[in-house]
Design a protein around this ligand. Structure first.
Ligand SMILES: *Cc1c(COP(=O)(O)O)cnc(C)c1O
Length: 359
């Protein structure tokens, strides 16, 4: 993962007091952006550690003890004119409110979310903490481009018994990010671990779901693969998604298929956007069950989608010792969708759906 934990200095905190949310922006220790760029690795590590230390935050609580919490991930993209634009923050706001309610917490108001996300990015940018646009990025369709990664999350009040958070905090932190998958490795492998079960929390972006994802992804990487593919828990036959990304299968028939949403598949915003863009291009898109056998026999292109993954080409799927290959390079549809999404985000393709929100 290309996440380096180098938090930007300004963070947002909102505390639920039983009725409303008390908001504040926290300025963590920092130097000027230029001074920070000149630091030695050791000095930088020391500063990063200070930046990730928030006094007054309870250590023992339902989130740290029991994974009772949820989060979001979204990005702000630098534009050629020097501005920053956020991709569909209203969608993340709605999902975050659903996640909090799904965990029996008070929902964080969507207007607070969008405003706080914009403000966190802009306050950091005012201090010089933001990536700037590079024309070099056009050469490889923004594969190597930078962005601001924004991480809103809930954090429970102190407590040691298993319980529900009644007075959560919501934090928003931001950090710089490059590309998610290491270049050169793009193979996927199925796992017999189970990420999500019917009636469970797979549809919520909640902390506790990522234990299984991280274990399965590590096993896949140790075996030489880039990503893992989870199958359904009942029959171990239908594809669900990757460790933290949705999966698409472009069949030889010309239909684009992605597993239908339900209890066990996370409703990705990139997923939703890719479905829209494919339909705009006149491609038939089906959200339905797709078995691993069907995908391996009938797919001509396979890709993952997510805020971190964007549209990531998969060159092969391995399942129970058999491998299906989909070529060495991204196919036409994968390339086109990646080009469009990245172009809309970085401002080089017209944003015809009005997805981008200026900081
Ligand atoms: C976040 C996430 C995704 C992708 O969602 P986006 O909104 O596109 O970033 C897919 N699957 C899981 C399990 C996730 O956590």
């Amino acid at each position: 993962m290309a996440f380096s934990l180098a938090l930007y200095p300004i963070a947002y905190r909102a505390r639920f007091d039983g009725k409303g949310w008390r908001e504040e922006y926290i300025e963590q220790p920092h130097k000027t952006a230029a001074e920070e760029n000149a630091l030695s690795q050791e000095e930088r590590d020391a500063l990063n550690e200070k930046r990730n230390n928030f006094p007054g935050v309870p250590l023992v609580n339902y989130t740290t003890q029991y994974g009772m919490g949820c989060f979001e991930g979204l990005k702000a993209f630098p534009r050629e004119d020097g501005s920053l634009s956020i991709f569909r923050p209203d969608e993340n706001a709605a999902r975050f409110a659903r996640s909090m309610k799904g965990l029996s917490m008070p929902g964080f108001p969507e207007d607070h979310f969008v405003r706080a996300v914009r403000e966190t990015v802009s306050r950091n940018a005012v201090l010089g903490f933001n990536p700037s646009f590079s024309k070099d990025w056009l050469k490889d369709d923004f594969v190597s481009a930078s962005a601001v990664y924004i991480r809103p999350f809930s954090y429970a009040e102190g407590g040691i018994g298993v319980g529900i958070s009644k007075r959560p905090d919501v934090f928003i932190v931001a950090n710089p990010v490059g590309s998610y998958f290491k270049p050169g490795k793009s193979s996927a492998v199925t796992t017999d671990r189970v990420r999500a079960t019917p009636r469970g929390t797979g549809w919520i972006k909640c902390d506790s779901n990522y234990v299984m994802s991280a274990l399965a992804k590590k096993e896949a990487e140790d075996a030489g693969f880039m990503e893992v593919l989870f199958l359904d828990s009942r029959e171990h036959r239908y594809l669900e998604e990757g460790s933290s990304c949705n999966a698409f299968f472009y069949l030889k028939s010309g239909t684009l298929v992605t597993p239908e949403l339900g209890d066990t598949v996370l409703p990705g915003i990139t997923r939703k956007s890719v479905i829209q863009l494919a339909r705009d291009a006149g491609i038939k898109v089906e959200e339905r069950k797709i078995s691993i056998d069907e995908a391996m026999a009938d797919a001509k292109e396979v890709f993952f989608t997510g805020t971190a993954a964007s549209v990531s080409f998969v060159d092969s799927i391995t399942h129970q010792g058999k491998t299906a290959s989909f070529g060495n390079e991204p196919g036409e549809l994968t390339r086109s969708l990646n080009h469009q999404i990245k172009g809309i985000q970085y401002g080089t393709v017209a944003d015809s759906h009005g997805w981008m929100v200026k900081v």
